[in-house]
Design a protein around this ligand. Structure first.
Ligand SMILES: [Zn+2]
Length: 63
């Protein structure tokens, strides 16, 4: 489980914007860049190379 405090200090490494935690997929989502960063064993991997692009449909779930 990802610490809520940790989540508040985390920002997108690309745009420095806010991230949304997806509990189901264990990903941190940046809506600006449409990227989802994986959380592996409770540790967010904030690397663009490891992030995946999210679809428009997925983005709409957060808005
Ligand atoms: Zn971003």
């Amino acid at each position: 489980m990802l610490d809520q405090k940790l989540l508040t200090i985390l920002a997108c490494p690309i745009c420095k914007g806010e991230l949304h935690y997806n509990k189901t997929d264990k990903e941190l989502v940046c809506l600006v860049d449409a990227l989802a960063f994986p959380v592996k064993d409770g540790v967010p991997v904030m690397l663009k190379d490891d992030a995946r692009e999210i679809t428009l449909e997925e983005r709409e779930k957060y808005s």
